[in-house]
Design a protein around this ligand. Structure first.
Ligand SMILES: *[C@@H]1O[C@H](CO)[C@@H](O)[C@H](O)[C@H]1NC(C)=O
Ligand SMILES: *[C@@H]1O[C@H](CO)[C@@H](O)[C@H](O)[C@H]1NC(C)=O
Ligand SMILES: *[C@@H]1O[C@H](CO)[C@@H](O)[C@H](O)[C@H]1NC(C)=O
Length: 241
């Protein structure tokens, strides 16, 4: 009898955790997304003139939530000290002198990331994204292992292999598929994922049928035309035009 009542008490205490009741709607993963300016601009012509030949930041996206607080306005004077690095590492490729890209990312993703105390100000959010971007130094790592823009196509597994071997986690790599019958895909985005404590973790590849779930950062891909690279199709990594 005594054993039973103790067990019940233990179960009761464990229930809220088992059902994830608290904290509500909290994200469990952060996705740091890099994009390749030449590929991005190839989809956005003529507005976009790529003159950048390194991987730049697209965003830092929590895995849950979109537009979590519309009254929390972006204010660039709160990140004034970060702006020189923002312009270099997180440029608005369509409009380099504007802050509208950062404003967009803050409203869509930053206000959701901000549910965690570690990211609950604009300065923490943008500062952490820059910190993770520099810590990964993806552009240098790819170069170091001879993944550079080339007229010779890569196998997806070559690019994945370099990233997996170096960081010990699985990335999610996205490509542009120029047309339905194209026999080549163009390297576009590389996502690296983090735990809430900012340690590295595996990203997941979403199958095409899973793309519909609400509040998923995948929505950005639909707009931008990126989708998970095909494992068997040659990969074109384009240099500046
Ligand atoms: C790229 O071009 C834009 C607009 O012409 C300019 O503001 C920016 O400084 C250039 N960036 C680099 C890295 O040359
Ligand atoms: C939304 O942001 C405003 C402005 O920063 C803040 O006062 C408010 O508490 C936030 N609301 C929620 C639900 O976090
Ligand atoms: C932006 O933040 C600065 C510094 O906190 C503040 O002085 C200014 O009033 C804010 N601007 C807006 C439009 O909220």
């Amino acid at each position: 009898m005594k054993f039973c009542s103790t067990l019940l008490l233990c179960l009761a205490a464990a229930l809220p955790f088992a059902f994830g009741i608290s904290p509500q709607h909290m994200w469990t993963k952060l996705i740091l997304t890099h994009h390749w300016p030449t590929t991005f601009c190839s989809m956005e012509q003529p507005a976009c003139h790529p003159n950048i030949s390194y991987w730049t930041l697209h965003g830092l996206w929590p895995d849950k939530g979109i537009d979590c607080n519309s009254s929390w306005h972006f204010n660039s004077s709160l990140i004034e000290d970060l702006l020189p690095d923002m312009k270099k590492s997180w440029p608005d490729l369509l409009n380099p002198s504007s802050s509208s890209f950062w404003k967009y990312e803050w409203h869509k993703h930053g206000t959701c990331a901000a549910k965690a105390a570690s990211l609950d100000t604009q300065h923490k959010y943008f500062g952490k994204a820059l910190e993770l971007y520099h810590k990964l130094d993806l552009d240098s790592i790819l170069k170091k292992f001879n993944i550079t823009p080339s007229e010779t196509y890569y196998k997806l597994s070559q690019i994945e292999g370099v990233i997996e071997n170096f960081y010990n986690v699985k990335p999610k790599i996205q490509c542009v598929h120029p047309s339905k019958n194209a026999d080549v895909q163009i390297l576009g985005q590389i996502e690296i994922c983090f735990n809430p404590d900012f340690s590295l973790m595996d990203c997941e590849k979403y199958s095409k049928t899973e793309k519909i779930s609400l509040g998923n950062p995948i929505a950005d891909e639909k707009v931008s035309g990126f989708s998970v690279c095909d494992q068997d199709m040659p990969v074109y990594y384009p240099s500046l035009p």
